[in-house]
Design a protein around this ligand. Structure first.
Ligand SMILES: Cc1ncc(COP(=O)(O)O)c(C=O)c1O
Length: 433
């Protein structure tokens, strides 16, 4: 059996041994962490070890783990029934959930398709764009991650292992995303202009046959890559000029993660289609695709599913939206994110291995390199830092090639920000070349 960090304690070890016999080997676990329970910003393993959670179940637990309002809503609903077969019959709760969700997003988004995961929320946006336009090409970005089902995977291009052996893919052209830190330009403007030119070339090449362009406002799995401020507005202009639907994948960046409900709001763009998942179901699997009714004009039978509109997910989602609003989690994400960025930028000055620090709200990436001059990605060092931090009680995830991803619950307080970053800096100092 392969232990990723260090041999875990006895209970964890036993479960990992059983797991390796019966569970698919396709999952890429980063830690030997075995979940037992979680509350707020903390999480415990089966050996009783407590961790400060800077991963939030991959950006799912935005309102914190096991929130009492969500538990109450789930319990209340489960007594009444969990499944209404919303694809075949009607139910009031999914309607109420969507009505509430629409109060969080720009008013042109007034129609929703409900599903169960991020990949389905993207798949629905992709299919809706193709149905509405009756065109077949899509534009997507290098380093993008949109999910693993074949439509979403055709758009995804973050790691070769995701796509290996799965071709042929659907007709998608991949174009560069402005990864300013890693691209050889002397200014942000030059970098943006280079990417815009590539997009325009793709739009001209397939002119008249492009349904949509799929983009993450801030790339997530690809390495928490924040584009320059004007990038999305310029892309949207190109989409309008070439009659291409602009689809924003906010599966990871949505639900106040970056400070506003949608990250797109910060870039001043109004997407034609939006995909949401992860935090939207309050911890229960849910995907939502939003558009204007004129765009979501597909006919009955053109897209549906069994579990979309699941009553437990809608009850948890409704309660979770209330918590986000009442507890002003967007404001907290901005405030704690600002503090975190400041501390990390100071840390960057002290350590040769921190090449870049970037982020919005509580969606922050720390890029680990061999040295600041060469900027060579140091994947091994990053993995050791994650392991050391976990051993000291801080749970983190990686992203991209060598980026430490910080995406804690948005309920995080100042003390937890500081304590977590002390552990992180200690790990950075301790890991030797
Ligand atoms: C931006 C983005 N889109 C889509 C997905 C796919 O979501 P899921 O794993 O729920 O299918 C993810 C997952 O990490 C994501 O980050």
């Amino acid at each position: 059996m392969k232990f990723i960090c260090h041999p875990p304690s006895s209970q964890s070890r036993k479960i990992i041994a059983r797991d390796s016999k019966v569970i698919s080997s396709s999952y890429s676990r980063e830690f030997d962490f075995v979940f037992d329970h979680a509350k707020g910003c903390h999480i415990w393993d089966v050996d009783g070890k407590k961790y400060l959670d800077f991963a939030a179940g991959i950006a799912v637990a935005n309102i914190g783990h096991a929130h009492p309002a969500v538990i109450h809503a789930i319990k209340k609903q489960i007594e009444k029934g969990s499944h209404a077969a919303f694809g075949d019959f009607y139910a009031e709760l999914p309607v109420r959930f969507v009505e509430k969700l629409l109060t969080f997003v720009p008013p042109h988004l007034n129609n929703a398709f409900l599903s169960n995961s991020g990949t389905e929320a993207v798949e629905a946006a992709y299919k809706c764009a193709r149905w509405h336009t009756n065109k077949k090409w899509f534009i997507a970005f290098e380093h993008a991650f949109h999910g693993r089902t074949m439509g979403s995977l055709s758009l995804t291009k973050s790691k070769p292992s995701h796509r290996e052996r799965y071709d042929p893919f659907l007709p998608v052209v991949h174009v560069p995303f402005p990864y300013v830190y890693r691209m050889p330009f002397s200014s942000e403007d030059e970098c943006v202009q280079y990417c815009l030119n590539k997009i325009e070339i793709a739009m001209k090449k397939h002119h008249g046959d492009i349904a949509g362009l799929m983009v993450e406002p801030i790339q997530g799995e690809g390495g928490y890559i924040v584009p320059p401020d004007n990038f999305h507005r310029e892309v949207k202009k190109l989409c309008e000029r070439y009659n291409v639907l602009y689809c924003a994948d906010e599966v990871q960046s949505g639900c106040f993660r970056t400070g506003t409900f949608l990250a797109s709001e910060q870039f001043n763009v109004k997407p034609d289609l939006i995909s949401l998942s992860k935090a939207i179901g309050g911890g229960i699997p849910m995907g939502v695709t939003l558009a204007n009714k004129k765009t979501m004009d597909w006919i009955p039978g053109s897209h549906s599913n069994t579990f979309g509109g699941n009553l437990i997910a809608c009850a948890a989602g409704l309660a979770s939206l209330d918590v986000m609003r009442k507890q002003k989690l967007g404001e907290n994400a901005k405030k704690q994110g600002k503090l975190m960025l400041k501390i990390l930028q100071e840390m960057q000055e002290r350590h040769e291995y921190i090449g870049d620090v970037r982020g919005r709200g509580l969606m922050i990436g720390v890029e680990i390199v061999k040295d600041k001059h060469s900027k060579l990605a140091d994947e091994e060092r990053m993995q050791h830092i994650l392991c050391h931090a976990a051993a000291e009680g801080l749970l983190l995830l990686g992203a991209g090639q060598s980026v430490i991803r910080i995406c804690p619950p948005l309920t995080l307080n100042r003390e937890q920000v500081v304590n977590g970053l002390v552990i992180l800096e200690d790990a950075i100092k301790t890991v030797k070349p």
